[in-house]
Design a protein around this ligand. Structure first.
Ligand code: IDC
Length: 465
């Protein structure tokens, strides 16, 4: 997709210049820069990113305004601000979490719109009523397709954009519930060679997956042995997913020990780095603890309430997944259930709770918990297997089918353990596959892999308005 970008050069504004000339004047310096990018355009519709940079003194509340040059241009839906349109004037007002904008700080906004006749880019912007003037330095034109709908072949991330939690659902940029379906890596400390251009191309194009979960173990020769190496490998996998239009879950794969507080300092360091590095991306979801076990809900909640603010400080708008008690069973594997979360939720917004299952081990009582919990809590199945909880044993087709039918019906997103060639029945690829260069077709698939691919590769149903 070609992108059209108009960069409006920096402007130090009248008030700021006057203050410079008159040193006794105490007027706050004002200035701003707007980068306006049409990221995609189709017949009748388009999507634009609007990056606003404050070049003046810090502000603690802002309103961006601009005019559509053509009367046929209309705002449909915006994000990361309160958007409205009156006549040709569009305004975007700050939200609670992004209202403070320090000197040099930027905020990424965006919207979808409709157009008829022509779709010229706006060239005059104001921030808090002060003009951001400037000359466009680059302008290219997007390819316009002739269908009345968003272009076919757009990727999951292009269609859905920045995700957010809405009620108990995961919503896309149109505030409509969606379900993402995809695969989890195995531990990247062991199966790194399985994640390369060819395998990720196959996941995006042959599997038609929406999602890659990047399982970064913390123990078992994982992150704790080489924090900077694992951090950079995770970042490169995020980029490889992004390049293919896939969402990426950054999974802090705690498992043994099961109390995530054991890794609290590591989690803070890791998430502050990955969240600041990936803040501008739309495809990242953070999973802060894979499977808490041997720890109370109160302990998990306390951990979450210390790690989530670290992520929010760097990447305020991303969805965060919180593991649940009893190996992310909503407490069921510990003899509890979802009520402990409903009665004492994590004090944070834009989060979902994870539920994991292994179809041969976890059946009707777990399914009835999920059905009931899904009416009260935003749930995300960030890991499941078609086999037993050991990751091995027989593949259970009937329980796996019952599970995925339920998740489809509830629009609960899922990732399957594992997109790897591990010598265990949960792996989707036959042993030895990752020594070769072919990842497409049925020849490389295990029984579980064939089943899961068949489920994942059916057409997505992503609403676009
Ligand atoms: C398993 C792997 C296996 C590895 C083991 C220990 O499949 O190769 O030896 O971990 O690290 C989970 C965990 C996930 C487990 C998986 C299967 O999140 O790490 O992977 N499982 O046992 N929860 C339930 C099952």
């Amino acid at each position: 997709m070609k992108r059209s970008t108009v960069v409006l050069a920096a402007c130090l504004l009248a008030a700021g210049s006057a203050a410079a000339l008159l040193p006794h004047a105490m007027a706050a310096a004002q200035g701003c820069r707007v980068d306006y990018t049409v990221s995609s355009q189709w017949q009748g519709g388009f999507q634009a990113g609007v990056k606003v940079t404050n070049l003046g003194d810090p502000v603690s509340g802002w309103t961006l305004a601009f005019s559509f040059p053509n009367t046929g241009q209309k705002l449909t839906q915006g994000w990361n601000a309160t958007w409205s349109q009156s006549g040709s004037t569009v305004t975007a007002a700050s939200l609670e979490w992004n209202r403070s904008l320090g000197t040099g700080a930027s905020v990424d906004l965006g919207f979808t719109g409709s157009w008829s006749g022509a779709n010229p880019v706006p060239t005059a912007f104001t921030l808090n009523g002060v003009a951001c003037t400037g000359t466009p330095v680059t302008t290219t034109t997007t390819t316009t397709t002739t269908t009345g709908n968003p272009p076919v072949g757009r990727t999951p991330v292009e269609i859905n954009g920045q995700l957010r939690v809405c009620g108990v659902n995961l919503c896309n940029q149109y505030n409509r519930p969606i379900q993402l379906r995809g695969m989890s890596t195995h531990g990247i400390q062991w199966f790194d060679k399985c994640y390369n251009s060819a395998s990720l191309d196959a996941l995006a194009n042959d599997w038609k997956a929406d999602l890659l979960r990047i399982a970064m173990y913390v123990q078992e020769q994982g992150y704790e042995t080489n924090p900077s190496g694992f951090t950079s490998r995770v970042n490169s996998l995020v980029d490889m997913a992004e390049a293919r239009g896939l969402y990426a879950i950054i999974d802090f794969h705690t498992l043994t020990p099961g109390d995530p507080n054991y890794n609290l300092d590591r989690a803070k360091t890791f998430f502050s780095q990955v969240a600041s590095r990936n803040a501008a991306k739309k495809n990242v979801i953070y999973e802060i603890a894979n499977e808490p076990n041997g720890v109370s809900w109160a302990g998990i909640k306390s951990y979450a309430e210390q790690v989530i603010p670290v992520i929010r400080a760097a990447d305020p708008d991303a969805v965060v997944l919180v593991g649940t008690r009893g190996w992310s069973s909503l407490g069921v594997s510990d003899g509890s259930n979802e009520s402990e979360i409903v009665n004492n939720p994590v004090n944070a917004t834009n989060i979902m709770y994870t539920f994991h299952f292994y179809a041969a081990s976890h059946k009707d009582n777990y399914r009835s918990t999920v059905s009931r919990a899904a009416t009260r809590l935003p749930l995300f199945v960030s890991e499941f297997g078609t086999v037993s909880a050991t990751g091995g044993g027989a593949y259970d087709q009937s329980s796996s089918t019952a599970w995925l039918d339920l998740l489809d019906q509830l629009k609960i997103s899922y990732a399957n353990w594992t997109y790897s060639d591990a010598d265990e029945s949960s792996a989707a690829l036959r042993p030895g596959t990752c020594n070769g260069s072919t990842y497409t077709g049925s020849g490389v698939l295990t029984e579980s892999g064939a089943f899961v691919k068949n489920r994942i590769s059916t057409a997505d149903n992503f609403p676009t308005s």
